[in-house]
Design a protein around this ligand. Structure first.
Ligand code: NIG
Ligand code: FE
Length: 411
């Protein structure tokens, strides 16, 4: 099966050589071809170029994209899209003055979601989760990282990870799974964190590894959750099972989580709403990519990750949604990109790079996803007719997507 897209107003994120990530001032550059064509064979991008090139326009299907842009599908490298129930009451409680911390301290927050998930069957959890997966695919997401962490018992963490595995098998989008056993301390361990850490490290993790249910390991490294020492133990344990770290750090407090992640060659350090100069220094020269989650800042009214500081220091940056029931009940990467431009002063080029090639890097899939490159997977967004790509972040809140192709098929 071949598909030829012709008369593309502008083909975005065209990378001749297989770049794996872009950093610092490189992020300002978004290579494009105006008046372009793109040829797909089966699930692969095989050719592209200018309509003025002398090619034979023949294929099984021809799509005329007059006035429309084509770009790689979004690569969302940080989500908790598998969860049970919702927490809109906490949202109202915050409007009425309670903080995220106060809600968590009275048994709400992550523990609230964990209680619901423990009472939800695997089938029901799968059904609730795939509704969201289908929804984000329509919004242009073509690759997704999904974390556990709302189970917090052996049984429920495995349930979450099996649901993620089933989504991996049933859906055409690329999925990476992350084990986040250390997301919060269950109430019954509140005076005995050591026992919970032992459960995560010595019992759940070996099962997760044995059943090959995760690609990465995560920890919520935060005051009131898991300390630097706890985080180090979990990262080391994960590493022993071949799981590289992707960690939650600096959401509310900066106390060395970034340097710790870098020390263990974490793939990514995510959140970074609080960021100091030592964090920037630690990231320089490392393979660890910082990941910003602007929808979380928006929803919780907390600071935005200082993207300018990171990028102007020559570092790469990825953007992701953090889709979860507590801090970010939205998986819309289009909103993430707009918010990054509006609130974090990223240029549209930087935001698109951060949400495509750098998002793919933050899942170790940028050799096959995240740019228009010959040989990469045909995961694409075709926009509605728009005046320029700047219009995508500019006209925020509207849906500018005409159609989405995943593995070369229109969904
Ligand atoms: O990434 N910060 C930790 N975890 C999630 C939120 C968890 C929740 O409130 O359910 C996050 O924001
Ligand atoms: Fe998160």
């Amino acid at each position: 099966m071949s598909i030829l897209i012709i008369n593309i107003k502008e083909l975005l994120q065209v990378r001749e050589s297989n770049v794996l990530k872009v950093s610092g001032s490189e992020m300002k550059v978004l290579p494009t071809i105006k008046n372009a064509y793109l040829l797909i064979e089966d699930d692969t991008i095989v050719d592209y170029g200018s309509m003025t090139d002398n090619i034979e326009f023949r294929a099984d299907t021809i799509i005329d994209a007059k006035g429309k842009m084509v770009l790689p599908a979004w690569c969302d490298s940080h989500t908790h899209i598998v969860y049970a129930g919702h927490r809109e009451q906490e949202f109202v409680d915050r409007i009425n003055g309670l903080s995220y911390e106060e809600i968590a301290n009275r048994g709400g927050g992550i523990l609230n979601s964990a209680a619901t998930l423990n009472d939800t069957s695997e089938t029901e959890l799968y059904n609730q989760s795939i509704k969201r997966v289908k929804e984000v695919m329509k919004l242009g997401t073509g690759a997704l990282e999904i974390k556990s962490g709302y189970g917090l018992t052996m049984e429920a963490e495995l349930k979450m990870l099996r649901v993620i595995k089933r989504i991996k098998q049933k859906f055409p989008i690329k999925i990476k799974a992350t084990f986040l056993g250390a997301h919060a301390l269950p109430y019954i361990y509140k005076d005995n964190k050591e026992d919970y850490l032992n459960l995560v490290i010595n019992e759940i993790l070996p099962r997760v590894a044995k059943e090959k249910l995760a690609d990465y390991i995560d920890v919520f490294c935060e005051k009131g959750y898991f300390s630097l020492d706890d985080t180090e133990r979990i990262i080391k344990a994960g590493k022993a099972y071949g799981l590289r770290a992707k960690i939650h750090v600096n959401q509310f407090n900066a106390f060395g989580g970034v340097a710790l992640g870098v020390k263990y060659d974490a793939l990514s350090v995510d959140h970074l709403e609080e960021l100091n100069d030592e964090d920037i220094t630690a990231l320089k020269g490392s393979n660890t990519i910082p990941v910003a989650l602007p929808s979380c800042s928006y929803f919780l009214s907390i600071p935005y990750t200082p993207a300018r500081k990171l990028i102007d220091a020559g570092l790469p940056l990825a953007l992701a949604t953090d889709y979860n029931p507590g801090s970010t009940p939205s998986g819309n990467m289009n909103f993430v990109i707009s918010t990054a431009c509006i609130k974090m002063k990223m240029t549209p080029e930087e935001a698109i790079n951060a949400a495509t090639i750098n998002g793919a890097y933050a899942m170790e899939i940028s050799n096959m996803y995240g740019s228009i490159t010959r040989g990469k997977k045909a995961n694409l967004i075709i926009t509605k007719p728009i005046s320029s790509y700047n219009f995508l972040p500019y006209a925020f809140g509207d849906n500018h997507i005409d159609s989405v192709l995943i593995n070369g098929e229109i969904i």
